[in-house]
Design a protein around this ligand. Structure first.
Ligand code: HEM
Length: 324
């Protein structure tokens, strides 16, 4: 009897703790948070993302990445938007964030929001909503963004070392996501964001030349694909802007990314690694087969990402680049 009872008791406790954690991490967040105070908030943000994307199709990918980099360092508190000051080097100037772009889109939305409903909508919420819009606008799913995040007052370039690197193996990726309460399923689904956008050669150059003592090129890479990448990223490479799109359909959010990595055509080592490990491979296969499953899981994982480290004792910044 005890044998049967113990696991049940344990699983109840675990379920309760999980429920508590999820409730706590969502503390204060609400789909209708600005319903009374700024009902037009989402429309204004959508307008800013849409206008910018019409002028520059690179914008959606950049905003989506910005959201991820914000949430992974100090939680979704817009710390990634703060500018460096004379006494402090901010996240923006940390090595992985040098290639973040399109901050002006968030600033533009903020300026319009300050006119429509002053001192109400946090920069952290703007990034979360803009990321959802970037996804929907490029053909991906829609979800209701929970709102009510506050903006942090601290941003340190040195902390960006805690972002996952493109050289990570699956164990390292799993650990990095687990530290933020995200599971393997979330990690594989969110990696599908690489269905959009571009990577500079520096992020995958090591896979192409002198990969190891045995292999010149990463052997998990399709030969023809590797040859192509070597042409784009020769060694030495004088063009700092050179690189490759992360997916063959890099302006559309779809499940093509999963099909590509299954064919050995992942640009980043961390993308290709997902196929080589039993813990992630079956999820990759499922998403490659079924785009609507990928969309459902991606939307759910984006909501979870948006709950990471949400702070309640922050502020609503007046300008996203500086603390009040
Ligand atoms: C799984 C761990 C991840 C690693 C190691 C990683 C790494 C990278 C790297 C190295 C680049 C190329 C940067 C450059 O060279 O300019 C990149 C681009 C990008 N990443 Fe990730 N990433 C990860 C997860 C994510 C997640 C979870 C998201 C969003 C939910 C995301 C969104 C993007 C997007 C959209 C781009 C393209 C950006 C552009 O075109 O400007 N990444 N990522």
């Amino acid at each position: 009897m005890a044998v049967v009872f113990a696991p049940k008791a344990q699983s109840f406790t675990q379920t309760f703790l999980l429920f508590l954690m999820v409730s706590l991490s969502r503390a204060g967040l609400d789909a209708h948070y600005y319903g009374q105070t700024c009902p037009q908030a989402e429309k204004i943000i959508l307008g800013a993302v849409y206008n910018a994307s019409m002028h520059d199709p690179k914008v959606p990918a950049r905003i989506l990445r910005m959201f991820f980099h914000d949430c992974f360092i100090r939680g979704c508190d817009a710390s990634v938007l703060l500018d460096s000051t004379s006494g402090n080097q901010a996240e923006k100037d940390g090595p992985p964030n040098i290639s973040l772009r399109s901050f002006y889109v968030i600033d533009d939305a903020k300026t319009k929001l300050e006119m429509a409903c002053p001192h109400t909508v946090s920069c952290a919420d703007i990034v979360a909503i803009a990321a959802r819009d970037a996804v929907t606008m490029t053909g991906g799913p829609y979800w209701n963004v929970l709102k009510g995040r506050k903006d942090g007052r601290v941003s340190k370039a040195a902390e960006t070392i805690n972002l996952p690197a493109p050289t990570f193996n699956v164990t390292q990726l799993i650990q990095s996501f687990a530290r933020r309460g995200l599971g393997v399923n979330d990690m594989v689904a969110l990696s599908g964001a690489h269905s959009l956008g571009f990577s500079h050669c520096s992020s995958f150059q090591a896979r192409l030349h002198n990969f190891s003592s045995v292999h010149g090129t990463d052997p998990s890479m399709n030969d023809e694909f590797a040859e192509n990448l070597r042409k784009k990223c020769p060694k030495p490479n004088k063009d700092r802007n050179a690189g490759e799109f992360l997916d063959s359909t890099s302006s559309t959010l779809d499940n093509e990314y999963y099909k590509r990595i299954m064919a050995g055509k992942g640009v980043l080592g961390s993308d290709q690694a997902l196929v080589g490990d039993y813990r992630s491979r079956w999820i990759v296969e499922a998403f490659a087969k079924d785009q609507s499953l990928f969309f459902r899981e991606f939307a759910a994982s984006m909501m979870k990402l948006g709950n990471v480290g949400v702070i309640e004792n922050g502020e609503v910044r007046l300008k996203c680049g500086v603390v009040n």
